[in-house]
Design a binder for this molecule. Structure first.
Ligand code: NDP
Ligand code: 8X3
Length: 261
């Protein structure tokens, strides 16, 4: 293992039970970090925790967290065991898309879920964790934005708006911690094959698979790799944003799909 300075460092990953969050847990585990893994599905979280220990994590502490519940978020952070309190890296990853509908016919419940998770959830976790980073004089916040935050695509206005909000919050936080050593980075991927589309289409696996048909999407590991790279730059280097997509995707509107001959 190369010395990236992450050995023994405490890394909190929200939405660690699947997809990019789980891959990020594996990548930090391989660096010997101590992992705080949070999500709602306890069984999945336990599987990720045990894989992370096998992969080299120095220790793992998992806990139930619904990022939409601001009191639960504050309580979970306040009540961390003392040996887990000094969070060095926060990965604000928990997020989702629900539905693909025109804005004027979209389901309001879907909008609420996306806004509550992707925007308010990021705010609540950031508000609970970053004061400690500022007091300790060290820390790195990584926010999962999206290419959709850069360029809205049809039938996804609300999801895209939440990710545009993440982009603004990311940049605003960087302004507000200026003068402290705390760093703030947004990771803005295009299509990544995870549970994302199944969640978006409420478990419709066929519809989800079509999203990735004929192209090679990014994998969770690709995003994890970018996150670990960003947080292991020298302490004076602040990576503002990494935008990354598959070679088959130019932006949210333009993709190259191979058709079966
Ligand atoms: P997945 O659906 O595979 O994973 C999402 C994770 O978020 C799960 O671990 C889920 O855990 C967790 N989560 C969802 N809601 C909540 C909640 N209320 N409280 C706590 N945890 C929650 O999706 P991805 O891994 O693809 O998505 C991760 C992030 O990356 C999201 O922010 C997404 O917007 C972003 N992103 C994804 C892209 C993609 O193409 N996949 C591209 C660009 C950005 P549980 O259900 O157990 O709570
Ligand atoms: C998820 C990627 O392009 O489906 O943020 O919106 S995309």
């Amino acid at each position: 293992m190369a010395n990236t300075g992450l050995k023994g460092k405490i890394v909190l990953i929200t939405g660690a039970s699947a997809g990019i969050g789980a891959s990020t847990a594996m990548a930090f585990a391989a660096e010997g970090a101590r992992l705080l893994l949070a999500a709602r599905r306890a069984g999945k979280l336990a599987e990720v925790a045990s894989m992370a220990l096998e992969r080299g994590a120095q220790a793992v502490h998992s806990f139930h967290l619904d990022v939409r519940n601001r009191h639960a978020v504050q309580r979970a952070i306040d009540e961390l065991p003392a040996e887990w309190a000094e969070i060095e890296v926060l990965v604000n990853n928990a997020g989702l898309s629900r539905g693909m509908e025109k804005l004027y016919t979209g389901k309001i419940e879907d909008w609420d879920e996306m806004i509550d998770t992707n925007v308010k959830g990021v705010l609540y976790v950031t508000r609970a964790v970053v004061p400690g980073m500022v007091v300790r004089g060290r820390g790195h916040v990584v926010n999962l934005g999206s290419m959709a935050g850069e360029l809205v695509y049809p039938n996804a206005a609300v999801y895209s708006a939440t990710k545009a909000a993440v982009r603004t919050l990311n940049d605003g936080l960087r302004e507000d911690v200026l003068g402290t050593p705390v760093r703030v980075t947004s990771i803005d991927p295009g299509l990544v094959e995870t549970e994302f589309s199944q969640v978006r289409f409420h478990g419709d696996a066929g519809r989800a698979a079509k999203v990735y048909q004929g192209l090679t999407p990014l994998k969770g590991e690709d995003i994890a790799d970018a996150i670990v790279w960003a947080v292991t730059r020298p302490a004076h280097v602040n990576i503002a944003r990494i935008s990354l997509a598959s070679v088959h995707q130019a932006n949210t509107l333009l993709m190259h799909r191979e058709t079966a001959s």
